[in-house]
Write a protein that binds this ligand. Structure first.
Ligand code: NAD
Length: 365
């Protein structure tokens, strides 16, 4: 078992630690300070955990796990909505959780988003630990302190920036992950290959195929490289204010619209892969991305062999309304992160509907 720790200052007063490991035992023993300072620990996880990753969670939490209080979310991956958030906060209240208590979220991005948001608002904020158990969670969703629930059918409309005190990316959790969830992670993985520098791109592209087959070493390399890159960006622009963090949104404006139009049936990572394709077409159509690069980059997305988007995603009127309501948009003007070349990004506003229509039609083919 190897364990590496990345410690980055996000704000002057706060260092956020990210642990990269495979098969770490007894986390409360290793990070005694954090657990010892807590009067109670709540482990928030999903109901199906018993069948999927409970063995790994028991191993990670070690013998002290028996003193913890467990909360099971409802639904697959947990429902990221206000009703679920209220239930969790009421549970904390009922069990007399205080400002000195600790919340540990173990699950995919849906679980860490919801539990992190609960931690940020319960008694105006309690400490929390993020334990992402999906590939997508370990390279993206479980890191960086963006927490949220959906509202009125729109993704992540209520949320906060609230850093976990510790994030544990333990790739042993990925052993039980079905292929479609690894594939979903590949959407975010390719995003890093497109926005990152040469070394990140090389790591991702040389390990992509093996990672999708569940190869532990390839998964570890991808997780570490992507998570380090994300945390580095977050340390420079925690609250998405100076444009640095906006890079991470590449492909996401269209992806969020696809998720809403498919009524939540499309996994996030798959939506991102289609959203990347959409953004590449817009980049080409606006004259930013040369045809040769476009062909190379779209081939990487096609290589994933994803299912086509459902017809519901082709409703251009609703799509246009959704991309203009995206959190990145200002007023009713749309705003997209576009690409000129790998690692060279540009934001653009008010893209003409005619271009967006072409891109949507091409993405749906
Ligand atoms: N906060 C952020 O910065 C950020 C970034 C990207 C995505 N997200 C959010 O993350 C969510 C998607 O996350 P996700 O892809 O992890 O999906 P998810 O949380 O819905 O989990 C997907 C599935 O994997 C299962 N699962 C989880 N861990 C497992 C394991 N170890 N073994 C077997 N099965 C396991 C779950 O039961 C679920 O069925 C979306 O809501 C998205 O908006 C947030």
């Amino acid at each position: 078992m190897k364990t590496e720790i990345l410690a980055l200052n996000i704000k002057e007063e706060k260092t956020v630690k990210t642990v990269f490991t495979t098969g770490l035992k007894n986390l409360p023993g290793v990070f005694g300070g954090l657990f010892d300072a807590a009067d109670k620990v709540c482990v928030v996880t999903e109901p199906l955990a018993e069948n999927k990753f409970s063995k790994n969670l028991k191993r990670l939490l070690g013998p002290t796990r028996k003193n913890f209080i467990y909360y099971s979310l409802t639904g697959r991956g947990g429902n990221k909505n206000i009703a679920e958030l209220e239930r969790l906060c009421l549970f904390l209240l009922k069990h007399s959780f205080s400002r000195q208590s600790l919340l540990l979220a173990a699950g995919g991005g849906s679980v860490t988003d919801l539990a992190g948001f609960a931690a940020s608002i319960y008694m105006r904020g309690i400490k929390w630990i993020s334990v992402p158990t999906t590939f997508l969670g370990q390279i993206d969703a479980g890191l960086g302190g963006k927490t949220a629930v959906n509202l009125g059918g729109i993704k992540n409309m209520l949320g906060s920036f609230y850093q976990p005190d510790l994030t544990v990316c333990d790739t042993a959790f990925l052993d039980s992950l079905p292929r479609e969830e690894l594939l979903s992670g590949a959407g975010e993985l390719l995003k890093y290959a497109f926005i990152g520098g040469n070394s990140l791109r090389e790591t991702v592209l040389s390990n992509l195929n093996a990672a999708l087959k569940g190869d532990r070493s390839a998964l570890f390399k991808c997780v570490k490289a992507c998570a380090e890159f994300k945390m580095f960006i977050v340390s420079k622009d925690e609250k998405d204010e100076n444009g640095e963090r906006e890079l991470l949104n590449f492909g996401h404006t269209a992806a969020h619209a696809f998720e809403t139009l498919s009524k939540g049936k499309l996994p996030h990572g798959e939506a991102v892969a289609h959203g990347l394709f959409f953004a590449l077409i817009v980049s080409k159509e606006t004259g930013l991305l040369p045809e040769t690069e476009f062909t190379k980059l779209t081939a990487l997305i096609r290589g994933l062999g994803l299912k086509p988007l459902s017809a519901a995603c082709g409703d251009f009127k609703r799509f246009l309304a959704l991309v203009s309501k995206d959190k990145k948009a200002r007023g009713n003007i749309n705003r997209f992160v576009l690409i000129k070349a790998p690692g060279l990004m540009e934001t653009a506003e008010n893209i003409k509907p005619a271009i967006l229509k072409i891109a949507l039609e091409e993405t749906l083919k």
